[in-house]
Design a protein around this ligand. Structure first.
Ligand SMILES: NC(=O)c1ccc[n+]([C@@H]2O[C@H](COP(=O)([O-])OP(=O)(O)OC[C@H]3O[C@@H](n4cnc5c(N)ncnc54)[C@H](O)[C@@H]3O)[C@@H](O)[C@H]2O)c1
Ligand SMILES: [Fe+2]
Length: 380
């Protein structure tokens, strides 16, 4: 038996932030990062809280790829403040921090606290997922924590907040959206509901990701990508992800490569691995099941070709094209990582990628040797 539900109520479209004016909480803790705390983004939320006569405090000690010590500092602060609602304002790092902080605080004092997620990047979909990715800086490891109790109560998608995202972050986070949708679509846990959400997210990425990268003022494209990010989040919250995220977590934690960028570099390699198709492939009678799914994805992106091999090749080529167009490095060496240091870390990263919770739903079960080979190919 399977089930599907969307627990988070989603507010979206023009003036979605006005949802804040309707809130009735007594005290709100706003969790954000230091950049957003100093930017004109924060007043868009706090001015509305003032208009709604809601008492609030700001916690802005969030850092990218939230480490465990920052989470525990946040838990301490939350227990001191004792709010009845948390607002997470920011990219995946702020939202994941808020999810983990609230989760640990609720476990500590048993009091229910609402969580409203307001994303300022179009990327992680964290506003609707039960995942929170935290980093153990001593062990250089990223852990995806997964618990339904971490699902936000509400998500507010207001594209006004993503206008200021710099082009390189639009590129990285946009490729994260695409990777979520593709991995959910080919996951062994995929189902009709997750597939419908993933297909729409892929279609939007195909039309609007490059547009929103090339022109910051293309508000239509930004609005579309903001919705796509959430759709892809809903898709993988149901179907989960795959080896792409397993490898991206391992490489990202070890060499401090932004999450979306790491996914973008891994993506062509994992598609070739899962499909068993690369530039040397010849036509076969039978293909793995996921090949048909990748062909559907290629069709949604308008790059389907006359047979399975040419279509998978075209899909991989399209991803290379997108990465190049958006100045995303095509390899780890282009990220400035030293060869020897990287190659020495390959085995350990492969073990971490295989142990990562996301890898469990990959359509092809990878051996350690398979992952080592992918990691080596990713370098040049
Ligand atoms: N929970 C999930 O389901 C999930 C899924 C994928 C990734 N993640 C995690 O999310 C994190 C990455 O999140 P992200 O890609 O959104 O990046 P991020 O939150 O780290 O933000 C990237 C940078 O963009 C800046 N920024 C954010 N919004 C901005 C705006 N509107 N204008 C200008 N600058 C802005 C931030 O200050 C930061 O410097 C990683 O830790 C990743 O592992 C979580
Ligand atoms: Fe991701």
């Amino acid at each position: 038996m399977k089930s599907f539900d969307i627990r988070t109520k989603i507010f979206f479209g023009d003036n979605a932030l006005d949802r804040i004016l309707e809130l009735h909480y007594k005290k709100i803790m706003v969790i954000t990062d230091p950049f957003i705390a100093k930017s004109p983004l924060l007043p868009q939320v706090t001015e509305r809280l003032q208009q709604a006569y809601i008492d609030f405090s700001i916690f802005s000690d969030v850092v990218p790829d939230p480490p465990l010590d920052k989470i525990s500092a946040g838990v301490k602060k939350l227990l001191e403040l004792d709010p009845d609602c948390v607002i997470a304002l920011g990219g995946g790092s702020a939202i994941d921090s808020a999810k983990a902080i609230r989760e640990f605080a609720v476990r500590a004092n048993g009091k229910d606290i609402a969580l409203i997620a307001i994303p300022t990047t179009s990327g992680t979909g964290s506003e609707v997922t039960s995942f929170s990715v935290v980093t153990d800086t001593e062990k250089n490891m990223k852990y995806p924590l997964v618990s339904e109790s971490m699902l936000p109560t509400e998500a507010i998608l207001d594209a006004e907040l993503v206008k200021t995202v710099p082009a390189s972050v639009t590129a990285d986070t946009g490729m994260d959206v695409l990777t979520h949708a593709i991995e959910a679509y080919v996951s062994v846990n995929n189902n009709e509901f997750s597939a419908a959400l993933a297909e729409k997210a892929i279609e939007i990425c195909g039309t609007f990701l490059l547009r929103s990268y090339l022109d910051n003022n293309d508000t239509h494209a930004r609005k579309k990508m903001h919705v796509a990010s959430c759709l892809a989040g809903l898709a993988f919250n149901s179907a989960s992800l795959g080896l792409n995220h397993g490898i991206a977590h391992a490489v990202g934690a070890r060499f401090h490569i932004p999450h979306g960028r790491a996914n973008a570099i891994v993506l062509p390699h994992v598609i070739e691995f899962n499909s068993g198709i690369n530039k040397h492939s010849k036509s076969r009678k039978d293909y793995p099941k996921c090949v048909e799914k990748y062909c559907n994805i290629a069709k949604l992106l308008g790059v389907n070709n006359f047979n399975e091999i040419t279509t998978i090749r075209a899909l991989v080529g399209w991803i290379h094209f997108m990465n190049e167009e958006m100045s995303i490095p095509l390899s780890i060496s282009q990220c400035g990582v030293e060869r020897k240091e990287y190659m020495n870390a390959v085995e350990q990263m492969a073990e971490k990628a295989i142990a990562d919770a996301c890898t469990a739903t990959n359509p092809r079960v990878p051996s350690k040797a398979d992952v080592c080979l992918i990691l080596e190919h990713m370098y040049d």
